[in-house]
Structure formats: structure tokens, C-alpha cells
Ligand binder design. Structure first.
Ligand SMILES: [Zn+2]
Length: 503
């Protein structure tokens, strides 16, 4: 068993190796940590430097620290870990300056530095993220990616809408995304953020900053956030801000969730974008039809599962102009033959999910047309996952999923285990339903897969059948979200819409 002051020495050595801690600050921090953790003097023995050098995350050191404090004091605050790792991480201004300096040397280098620093200081929950389930499925024309996220809780559309309208009492920090979280010590209903570091930037003359997502869904999953706490909004400036971002950080894509519930993300009350290094499936999608092309600009419809218009040009302003025209037309566009009504009375239903990328000198903006209207038949949304898929996914289809990377709820890990158990058994489905009440909602799925298999499956086969079913369901959900379907009626519909844009 280690003493608290021995773990302090290990943490300081870890800081030198992995968190940019230099000699002078080490002396200072030693005293700070000794005081904070109630130790009168430093540990003078030898620590295992080789072992600490080879660590990639701080988990084992944090465990040792908790154990040492618990043994000595009887209890340990769950918020302490973040505070200590925050102290070991350089100050926010140092990190921001270093990111900018490295980014000037080579695009992507600064963002890499921040990413690795945030893994090393446990802000990015790498150990939890590595446990997530991931697979991809190629359908020939396109592919989808599926993750079962075991590190983040699931939210329903109704809860998200409530958040937007809820009377918010004066509180601090105002929300999870606000800048004032930088260094916040946390409480039972709000995470500690002592170890978060950010990169400030200017987009369209507004102050913004980038931080990484602690529960990354994909490589270098970042959140780009307005300094000011106000609701999500999609307007002409959004297009400009997204394109300016990829101009500053061309190794990243960036997109905005829509500004309406059902078709948006889980946080509607603070303007923010999401981006990262990973190329999502929609980026690989080819043109289905080119609607306009001259020497400066191309506007096309993608051969993707939902309705995506792609604009490409080396001229940023021309992309903004074209996107604004499409958005303005779409906002008020009605087409009853395709079930598209832009408004119910004063309530707006139509919006856009825009995503920007830079490829060499070329700006690319992908506009996913969205509509959140509900009907008697589809009370959760006409262009939302349909009820037959709710057993897999019921939450809103946000930006990342609309682009082909699905984040499925953690409950599925357990529930798909039950499905696997049935598929690898000779017993009747009914005999399992009593044992596993959660299996009831997947009964149709089991019947379908059993009919397809025509035999008892091995564990490996059952897993393949289940993964394929999940991927096909995700693709079908994407088709549900298509405002213009890929059939005769829908193709005529998008032609009429694009003609209207051109008028
Ligand atoms: Zn906020």
C-alpha cells in the first residue's frame, strides 16, 4: 500500500512525461499538492519511473491515490480526481497558445497535441470509450457505422424538448457547454471540469472555442462552442461560420445540428457545432444528380439515404450564397405529395443540418434537408425513425447519425445478448420472454432472424446476423428521415424543389 505522498511523486512524474509539466512548475505543484492532500513532506524514496513512463492513461495512478486517501482518511471525494489532474495540466492560456503555435507549423498538429493531452489527463474518457462496440456495414452504394455507446446516458426527444422550454433558474454554470465550465469543480448534478482545456477562435467576428467531447463517438470528436449562451440557430451566418472553421482547421470537418427538436441534437439551448478528424460515411457518398455546374461552383444531390444537397466551390462566399438560397427556399417550402409542410400555423418544421469540409482548396458544404412535423400516424415525427425501429433507436437523429454514424443506446448490449441466446438455442422464443422481459420488444426481430437462419446458429453466426440486422435498421431509419424519398414521387419532388431554388 502506497502513502499519499508517494502517489504525489508518481503523479508529478506522470505530469512531466505526459502533461507538459516542466521543472520549475514541478517544485511549485509538489507544494500545492502536498498542501491540498494534507501531507507534511514529500516522499523521498524511489518510484517506478519506467512503469509510469509507459502509461497511456492516468487510471492506475488515480486508483492508487483514491486508495491511499481512503485508507488514511476513511473517505475520498469523487470530484477530487478531476481537480488533481486539472492541477497537473498546464494552464488554459499555455495550452491554447501551444495549440495555435503547433497549428501554424502544420495543420492538425495543434489539435493532436490537445487531443493527446486530454486523454493523458483523463478528460477524454478513453478507457470507457474503448469499451464501446463498433462495426461498419457496406451496402454497396454506401456504408453505415454503428456504435453501441456504453459511456453516455440515453435521452428521449420529449426530455430534450423539455430542456428547451424549462424555466431555468439562475444557475452556475448556465449549461454543460458554457465557457464558465473551464476549471469548474463540479457537484452531484454537474460534472467537474478542472482538467478541460480549450482553443479559442474567431468565426464571423464572434468569439468561439473548441473543446473535445469526453465521450468521443469518433476520432478527435470535438465540440465547437459560442462564447455566448443562446439557443441553437441555423441562418446564413451559420454557413459562413462553418466554412471559416474549416479554413482555420482544414483537417477537421464541422457541422451544426438543426435548431429544432426531433431532428436536432440533445442540447438546443447553447449554440454549438460538432466536428472531428474522422470521415463519416456521408462524405464518401457520390452524386446522384448534378443540378448546377459552372467553372466556379457545383450543386448536386447525393446518392445518400436521406436528402443531402452538396455544394462545392473554391470560393467561400459563393458557397454561402448558394446555401442561403437553398435554406431560404426550404424554410417555407410545402409539397403535400411528399408530406412536406413547412409550418403548422406559426410553428416552423423545416430546417437544415449543414456540414462543412475543406478538401485542398475546395470548400464543401453538405446540407441535409430536415422536417420535424408529427402526424397521427407518426406522433414522434414523420421524418424520424418509424415505430417499428424504436426497439433499436427512439432518440432524435442528430447530425452525426444523419451522416451515417449511429450511436445506439447502451441497453442494446444486454438486450442483444438475449437475442443471441435465443438464436443459439433450440428452445422456443416464448420460453425466454418470461425470463427476459426486455426481450419482448425484440420478438419480431428474433422471429425474422430465425426465419432467415432456418437453423440453430453458432455464437459467431448469431453475432453476424444481429450486427447485420442492426446496420440495416440504421439504414432504414436514415431512409425514414429522407424528406424526398428515393422513389419516383420523391425524385420528382426534389426536382421541383431544386427548380424553385433556381427561380
Ligand atoms: Zn451555455
Amino acid at each position: 500500500m502506497k502513502e499519499v505522498n508517494e502517489v504525489i511523486e508518481e503523479l508529478l512524474f506522470y505530469g512531466r512525461k505526459h502533461l507538459d509539466l516542466n521543472d520549475l512548475d514541478e517544485v511549485y505543484l509538489r507544494n500545492l499538492l502536498l498542501h491540498r492532500l494534507n501531507c507534511s513532506e514529500p516522499f523521498m524514496g524511489k518510484i517506478d519511473e519506467d512503469k509510469i513512463s509507459s502509461l497511456t492513461v492516468a487510471d492506475s495512478l488515480i486508483e492508487d491515490l483514491n486508495e491511499a486517501i481512503k485508507t488514511r482518511d476513511g473517505e475520498v471525494s469523487p470530484l477530487l480526481n478531476v481537480e488533481i489532474l486539472g492541477l497537473l495540466t498546464p494552464m488554459p492560456s499555455f495550452v491554447a497558445d501551444k495549440v495555435n503555435r503547433l497549428e501554424k507549423e502544420e495543420h492538425g498538429k495543434g489539435l493532436d497535441y490537445l487531443f493527446n493531452l486530454e486523454i493523458a489527463n483523463n478528460y477524454i474518457q478513453k478507457t470507457a470509450i474503448d469499451k464501446n462496440i463498433y462495426f461498419k456495414k457496406d451496402f454497396g452504394d454506401n456504408f453505415v457505422e454503428v456504435t453501441i455507446n456504453l459511456s453516455k446516458p440515453e435521452k428521449k426527444n420529449s426530455d430534450i424538448a423539455k430542456l428547451l422550454t424549462k424555466e431555468v433558474k439562475e444557475k452556475y454554470p448556465k449549461c454543460l457547454l458554457c465557457l464558465e465550465n473551464l476549471g469548474y469543480s463540479g457537484r452531484s448534478d454537474h460534472p467537474a471540469r478542472g482538467n478541460i482545456r480549450i482553443v479559442p477562435m474567431t468565426l464571423n467576428n464572434e468569439k468561439w472555442f473548441l473543446q473535445y467531447s469526453p465521450y468521443a463517438y469518433f476520432d478527435h470528436h470535438a465540440i465547437v462552442i459560442n462564447y455566448s449562451h443562446h439557443n441553437m440557430v441555423i441562418n446564413h451566418d451559420t454557413f459562413k461560420k462553418l466554412l471559416e472553421f474549416v479554413n482555420l482547421y482544414p483537417t477537421f470537418f464541422v457541422g451544426s445540428n438543426a435548431d429544432l427538436p426531433i431532428v436536432g441534437g440533445s442540447i438546443l439551448n447553447h449554440e454549438h457545432y460538432q466536428g472531428g478528424l474522422h470521415l463519416l460515411p456521408v462524405f464518401y457518398s457520390k452524386d446522384r444528380k448534378v443540378y448546377y455546374k459552372d467553372k466556379d461552383i457545383k450543386i448536386s444531390l447525393l446518392n445518400w439515404y436521406n436528402t443531402v444537397i452538396r455544394i462545392e466551390s473554391e470560393n467561400l462566399d459563393k458557397v454561402v450564397q448558394a446555401a442561403s438560397k437553398i435554406f431560404d427556399t426550404w424554410k417555407d417550402y410545402d409539397d403535400e405529395t411528399c408530406d412536406i409542410l413547412s409550418h403548422s400555423g406559426e410553428t416552423r418544421h423545416s430546417t437544415i443540418t449543414p456540414i462543412a469540409r475543406k478538401i485542398g482548396d475546395l470548400y464543401q458544404l453538405n446540407l441535409i434537408l430536415r422536417n420535424n412535423r408529427t402526424s397521427e400516424k407518426y406522433p414522434d415525427g414523420i421524418f424520424h425513425a418509424h415505430p417499428e425501429y424504436f426497439h433499436i433507436k427512439q432518440e432524435g437523429i442528430g447530425l452525426i447519425e444523419a451522416m451515417g454514424l449511429f450511436i445506439l443506446p447502451p441497453r442494446l448490449k444486454r438486450e442483444m445478448g438475449y437475442v443471441e441466446e435465443v438464436l443459439t438455442s433450440d428452445n422456443s422464443l416464448e420460453s425466454f420472454l418470461e425470463k427476459y422481459p426486455d426481450l419482448v420488444k425484440h420478438a419480431e426481430m428474433v422471429k425474422e432472424l430465425r426465419a432467415k437462419a432456418q437453423k440453430k446458429l453458432s455464437t459467431v453466426e448469431a453475432k453476424e446476423y444481429i450486427d447485420e440486422y442492426l446496420a440495416e435498421t440504421c439504414r432504414n431509419i436514415l431512409m425514414n428521415t429522407a424528406v424526398f424519398k428515393d422513389d419516383e414521387n420523391g425524385r420528382a419532388g426534389i426536382d421541383r424543389f431544386m427548380k424553385k431554388v433556381g427561380e
